[in-house]
Design a protein around this ligand. Sequence first.
Ligand code: FES
Length: 89
Amino acid sequence: MNLWINNQMIEANEGQTILEAARVAGIFIPTLCDRPGYSPAGTCGVCAVEVEGEAGTVLACCTPVRENMRILVPQSGQLPGGDDLDDLL
Ligand code: FES
């Protein structure tokens, strides 16, 4: 299936999470509780991304991909929703 991350079209397989699909495509999504050898715990919230048409954020490590999904991954130093981390500190 095809989907978009930060306006880049990528291919993903049914059953993959957003995080898995992003990694295969070489797109970095920060994580903390998702570690090799462990099932994603979905507890830290570090992998939060925005999905077009959905309110709030979703966890990339726990959310399965869907056809034509449009995902926005915050850039370094930016929080989901577009707030700048420096402005909060
Ligand atoms: S990596 Fe911790 S909630 Fe996704």
